[in-house]
Structure formats: structure tokens, C-alpha cells
Design a protein around this ligand. Sequence first.
Ligand SMILES: [Fe+2]
Length: 137
Amino acid sequence: MSSRREFLKTTLVVASGVAIARSAPTVASSHNTLPAGLIYTAGNPGMWAKKVGGHAPQVSIEGDKATITTKHSMSEKHYIVRHTLVAADGTVISAKTFYPSDEDPISSHQLPAGAKGKFFATSFCNKHDFWVTEFNI
Ligand SMILES: [Fe+2]
């Protein structure tokens, strides 16, 4: 009887450990579990498949500067709200907020010293949601 009780205790402890591990994903992997319709990319544009060219941010690197461009017009009713440059660990390196009166949604960002590896550029349209482009330096 005692060994059966020990078996049950062990089974419950192991089962609860698995449940905790599954319910607490790491921040780094949480984007893999987000539902469709929150973040759009050129390769995964969801309902905005016809909007990729004007919404997926494009990135160019020159020296220690990253330039993020969204090929999107700017008007009072429809415009790009914000760009961010984000490191692979989620650190926001730099951000630029736009106003409808701004000419073009282009932003320049200082890269951290020795920047290398994976980064993300984001662009948010007030009508067509949140877009991300992953790139490597
Ligand atoms: Fe848009």
C-alpha cells in the first residue's frame, strides 16, 4: 500500500511539473505561440496578403546605422504610426513615432556597438496592423 501511495505522489509531482513547464513559455519563444492575426510578416501576411509591399518594413544597414523604410503613403486617415528596432532578446534599441503630416515613414536607428546577429524591424499602420521584418547583421 505504501509503495502505491509513493507511486501516486511521484506521478502527481511529475505531472504538475509538466503542466507548469507547458504553461510558462519563455519570452523568447512566446512569438511562436501567438495566434494568427496579431503580427504580420512578408512571408505570413494573413488577411493582408495584398498589402505586403506597402507594409512589411524594409531595412538597410550602412555602417553603424539601420534605416527602416515602409513604402506607405502618409495622410490624415491612413498612415504609419511607428517603427521600432528590436534586438533578438526583445530589447527595444530605438523607436520613431510618426504623425500623419510626416513626409515618408523612414527612420534611422543607431546600432549598438558591435551589433551582430538577429534583429527585428517593426512597422505599425493605423489600418493594416503590426508588421515585422527579421534581419541579420
Ligand atoms: Fe496601411
